[in-house]
Ligand binder design. Sequence first.
Ligand SMILES: [Zn+2]
Length: 409
Amino acid sequence: MRRHLMPLLSAALLAACTAPMAFGPQGSAPVFQRNNAPVAEHQLVSIRYTSEAQLFELSASGMDVFGRDHEKQTLQARLSPAQIARLREQGIEVLVQPFQAQAQERAPMPPGYMTYQQMVPRLQAMAQAYPQLVRLQDVGDTWEKTQGQANHDIWMVHLSNHTNRNRKPAYLMVGGMHARELAPVEILFKLMDLLTGQYGKDPRITQLLDTRDVIFLPMVNVDGRVQVERGSAWHRKNTHGPGVDLNRNFDNHWNYQGLDVPNSWKQGLSDPNGQIYSGTGPASEPETQVVQAMFHRFKPVLAVDMHAHGDMMLWPLGYSKSDAPHAAAFKSLFARTVQQLGFKGGTSAQILYPTTATTRDYAYEQHGAISMTLEIGDSFRPNYSEVERMWQRLQPHLLTFLETPGLNE
Ligand SMILES: [Zn+2]
């Protein structure tokens, strides 16, 4: 593995070294990027596409494309000046957004969010406060820890009335897979606080934990998240070499080449410097292996992988425009829940762009779970007051998800 990785790594370093440098007012010394320094390199843009083929081409070209507007036929992306120039040379319309504060490469964490170092004692305090409800476990090491580079663990919280040892249907809530998506970790903590704090008080929640196992993996990509906490505001992937997109690394249609889309879409999955690099093989990453192990261990009947952003509920299958066999169940659940908040619903191929080897498809195709990716909010780093507002809106629907019977029940 190392033999293959080294050339990729040096290629990435080379690319970084040959990138255009910003110079100071005297035109002499290079200006190094500080947290508050105007980098002004990347820009938030809207790209207008004119055909589905072009959409596929753009969404998998290695660029950081993170949203799509059907009606306006635009993609939202963060591009370098060179990427913008290249698209314009091809005659593609690129509109630079007026507000660029969020485009900066480096930025401190917005206030209000907990860090990984703050999360661990919070979890331990929860386990101590509610011993009959909370089982807390370190379920695996991150890539950096496997390399002896950092002491980052992936934590699992198992909420249930543990005095009742009957086998219960399990529900899996996953967050923090993409490092820069800050709100999902917080929303999952608010849900854990609600379930533990209201058990024995609120009949609905008491019933829920008496009859169900609710499993949380609130922060899967700890290595990536710590990079964001250190100021790398746009970090998405894990930190293995140039980074692997964990949500393209699952052992289900990994690096799937069968979809009828341009070759560039398929190549995007194999580009280590791209944002959707799928890794060297199915479940190559320790973080992915941890999530898969939770599916094998608990066999959840429903799984929510919480991401940001766009207010969307994505259900399987991400690599096909056709409806999955259980599409009616997904649509019904959508109609009863977040559609009422104005969320869009569909498969990612239908409403965003094609995806393969995601948590969502793995959960459904390998384990028969009702599964979804919930894309919440309207930015990667909302003000914390916005997180509170999102929680108020999402809370009743998250409880409905936890009460939904599995496909075979
Ligand atoms: Zn994401």
